[in-house]
Ligand binder design. Structure first.
Ligand SMILES: CCCCCCCCCCCCCC(=O)SCCNC(=O)CCNC(=O)[C@H](O)C(C)(C)COP(=O)(O)OP(=O)(O)OC[C@H]1O[C@@H](n2cnc3c(N)ncnc32)[C@H](O)[C@@H]1OP(=O)(O)O
Length: 485
């Protein structure tokens, strides 16, 4: 699954911040109200009036305090208002490669869902790999071989996705890569590497895994593309288009003509755009590493207090997921996904076992078992993906987890909101107990129902969702259920 415009978080609105303006505005309002009241009282207002005024003022002050608090949290993790360079959209004519591919144009009006080009008959599919510049050669990586897995780990750890300011870089572990790239039905031929012929050094990679998704009403068996990476020293030499064409060819050979992928960059043409949100669990470290900043008018100890969590979870019946839960979780998850427009379809228990069951330091999953019926009513999962802190004297890594799949059984919006808030608060507590520094999520699924209340703040990272050779209407991120790694 996929890239993210990996995100660290910028300064907020700087001095003279929103908070200050809010405070000033509210104080002015309060003054006006107090003056009006005073005039009324001196003109014969009663004692009850006075008490009423005091109560209302207290209530108002409390409201202001809450608003100011909320803003302080936002400002602690707020990007600047301007869009980052990676979010800018280019003309189709300046996409030398993408203008040749079966993807919708940015300005295209989409009337009907369907493929952009027909499937290529087998005998017309190129049987030999695309030609690489002469210094390079193709390699199909064997990830069960420890040293090849380690080569991929090293390539990605040093060259994969960074934030716009090159302060943090994803650090996917070897175990994580095996989890992400070897699901049931995976094909080794879709683990495509490029080596320097002379010294056999691995310098580029792209991967595909099989997946089943539903987009609106269309069910598709397709390929999910991820981990496209070109060594930093070989950038801007048009190697990426060759890698993409090669993985496309290898997909066509398997009878697959559609793909899903995500990227931080804007390409023609996203079906949705999601934003990253961050919930600080270790404010001091996040500030020390410049992942977040101390908002004006607050102190570190106040911030620590703000993000403090209980040490015990509160949802009755919450426990770690175990293998016997797999079939029930599959039903629960597929049912929950039915309310979104772009979702994974888990066809077998093996897939749930692979994707959801806890694998320490890779993915953690928790279920809620009704104490009476013993039936599972909810579950949630998060995966562990640390980031290297580039060039920091003290901190080498930020321990981050990302919200993965979850499901709740409630059906009316208010009940879902309450339930999700409780579950996600427990998820934060469990992550904190695992020494995680920050809990991240995208504004997909029903995440907007808990993001603000649980003190997540918006980051500067965005993730664009794409389909290859498929035309369909775009959708809001709250209609997206596919979570890519
Ligand atoms: C049916 C089956 C189909 C299967 C295939 C489906 C499509 C899958 C598509 C892949 C999904 C990947 C999902 C993930 O893994 S997204 C993760 C991407 N990886 C990173 O961000 C890691 C750090 N960056 C790098 O390693 C390089 O900068 C990469 C490899 C990204 C580009 O290398 P480089 O910087 O040396 O550039 P170039 O000179 O070789 O090539 C320039 C061309 O490449 C286009 N470009 C740049 N970035 C991306 C990007 N993230 N997706 C698609 N295209 C991208 C760019 O617009 C330009 O084309 P055009 O604008 O001129 O037209």
């Amino acid at each position: 699954m996929d890239e993210q415009e990996h995100d660290h978080v910028f300064d907020g609105e700087g001095e003279g911040s929103t908070i200050d303006k809010m405070r000033a505005k509210q104080e002015k309002k309060n003054m006006k109200k107090a003056k009006k009241k005073a005039a009324k009282i001196s003109a014969g207002g009663s004692k009850a009036d006075l008490e009423d005024t005091a109560a209302k003022q207290k209530e108002l002050q409390e409201k202001v305090r809450m608003l100011v608090n909320q803003l302080a949290i936002r400002e602690a993790i707020q990007p600047p208002p301007s869009a980052s360079s990676s979010q800018k959209q280019k003309d189709m004519s300046s996409h030398k490669f993408w203008s040749t591919q079966p993807v919708p144009k940015h300005d295209e009006t989409i009337e009907e869902d369907g493929p952009i080009e027909p499937d290529t008959p087998y005998d017309q599919i190129r049987k030999e790999p695309y030609v690489l510049p002469k210094e390079f050669e193709w390699v199909t990586l064997e990830l069960n071989n420890e040293s090849e897995l380690n080569e991929l780990y090293t390539l990605l750890t040093n060259n994969y996705v960074e934030d716009d300011d090159a302060m943090f870089r994803f650090d996917y572990s070897g175990d994580f890569l095996k989890w992400a790239l070897q699901p049931p039905g995976y094909l080794k031929t879709w683990h495509v590497g490029v080596r320097v012929s002379a010294n056999k050094r691995l310098v580029a990679f792209v991967s595909g895994i099989p997946a089943d998704i539903r987009i609106y009403n269309s069910h598709q068996h397709l390929v999910e593309i991820n981990f496209l990476c070109v060594h930093k020293k070989l950038r801007s030499k048009r190697l990426a288009p060759v890698l993409i064409k090669e993985i496309t060819r290898r997909s066509h050979l398997q009878g697959i003509f559609q793909a899903v992928y995500t990227a931080g960059v804007v390409l023609p043409k996203p079906i949705s755009k999601a934003r990253y949100y961050h919930r600080s669990l270790n404010p001091k470290k996040l500030i020390d590493t410049n992942f977040s900043r101390l908002p004006p008018n607050t102190t570190l100890s106040r911030l620590i207090k703000k993000f403090k969590l209980p040490t015990e979870t509160s949802t009755p019946g919450l426990r770690s997921m175990v293998e016997k839960d797999v079939p029930e979780i599959r039903t629960l998850l597929n049912e929950y996904m039915s309310k979104f427009n772009f979702v994974p379809v888990f066809k077998t228990d093996d897939e749930i076992k692979h994707w959801i069951l806890t694998k320490d330091k890779v993915i953690w999953s928790f279920v809620v078992e009704d104490p009476e019926t013993k039936k599972l009513t909810d579950f949630f999962s998060f995966y562990y993906l640390p980031s290297s802190v580039i060039g920091h004297q003290v901190h080498k890594t930020i321990n981050a987890v990302y919200l993965f799949y979850y499901a709740v059984k409630e059906s009316d919006e208010k009940a879902i909101k309450g339930r999700l808030q409780g579950l996600m608060k427990d998820a934060l507590i469990l992550a904190k107990l695992k020494n995680v520094d920050v809990f991240n999520c995208l504004d997909l699924l029903e995440n907007k129902l808990f993001i603000d209340d649980l003190k997540f703040g918006p980051g500067d990272g965005f993730l664009n969702y794409y389909m290859y050779n498929w035309r369909c209407k775009g959708m809001g991120s709250d209609k997206v259920g596919v979570v890519m790694l």
